[in-house]
Design a protein around this ligand. Sequence first.
Ligand code: NAD
Length: 339
Amino acid sequence: MQTQYQYGIYIGRFQPFHLGHLRTLNLALQKAEEVILILGSYRAAADTRNPWQLEERIAMIQACLDHQTRQRIHFVPVRDWLYSDNLWLAAIQQKVQEITEGSESIVVMGHHKDASSYYLHLFPQWDFLETGYYLNLHSRQIRAAYFTGQEQDYRDKLPPVITHFLEQFKTSDRYQQLCEEYRFLQEYQQAWKKAPYPPVFVTMDAVVVQSGHVLMVRRKARPGLGLMALPGGFLRQEETLVEGMLRELKEETRLKVPLPVLRGSIVDSQVFDAPGRSLRGRTITHAYFLQLSGEELPAVKGSDDAQKAKWISLADLYAQEEQIYEDHLQIIQHFVSRV
Ligand code: NAD
């Protein structure tokens, strides 16, 4: 087989892997001897944008390929760093280097579908091939049809083995949860449709750390029901950001530390504004870093109408990355890497 490149790189979430993805993969297999398939958003908590975990995504893609073709593909998971393209690029560079061992015959392939495809042009060291758009297929529309039971709207957009996988997945608890979450998000967005402009929500989060432990809550409401999150919430009309953050912290955790001490423990703050950070809609959060000290971790208790609060060691937190809501792990990492 005569190929133009030694390695082809194809980056995506493949949620799910549709006929447009398959066409690009086949093109990559024509252009390159081996294909490095970067599976993005690795270890992100399951939500309606990223419903399937790494192993499920790999199984779906492999099911579309024959045995010989599978041997030519490297599956490479890469997690997101929403606030640092450089860290994301470093991870990709490192993993590609391990596979290609110094080869310069490398092409990145993909389609510039919208502003979110900017990442395709962050690889000046490699050639780039624009693959073009195929059949007007959007993963987002396929997921919308899937979570609302409109099978006729996605069936012909997927390889038959993927349709079969999705049918089987319908019997899982996760599917039911995701359908409810999808409904919730649709209703939430519908409620704001009458506003003259699309809303921008303002929230506050508290990153309270003591002796390598972070104070987390378990979400009792949608979205992200059951996931671990930072204590926080929406800003009220009459309060400042700091007051709002302290109010939410107290309400959600009943942290047994007096308010003046908490106020005096704020050592840093930062705005987190990645446009896609929340599925509810555009949400800008102001996170505050509170560094506490003492021999014992202060008592906490989840209130009835909020979430169960708990101190979690950083090691346990990192081990449970796919249980953490939105970008909260990245917010924690931002602060703990500095102080
Ligand atoms: P995707 O599955 O939506 O798309 C993958 C590729 O297929 C893209 O090139 C897309 O344009 C192309 N494609 C989609 N539909 C097509 C069609 N019908 N015909 C032809 N091509 C089609 O994946 P994605 O969301 O673009 O994946 C990017 C990944 O990189 C994500 O996981 C994202 O989070 C990650 N990322 C991370 C960072 C960071 O962490 N700093 C920065 C940039 C990107």
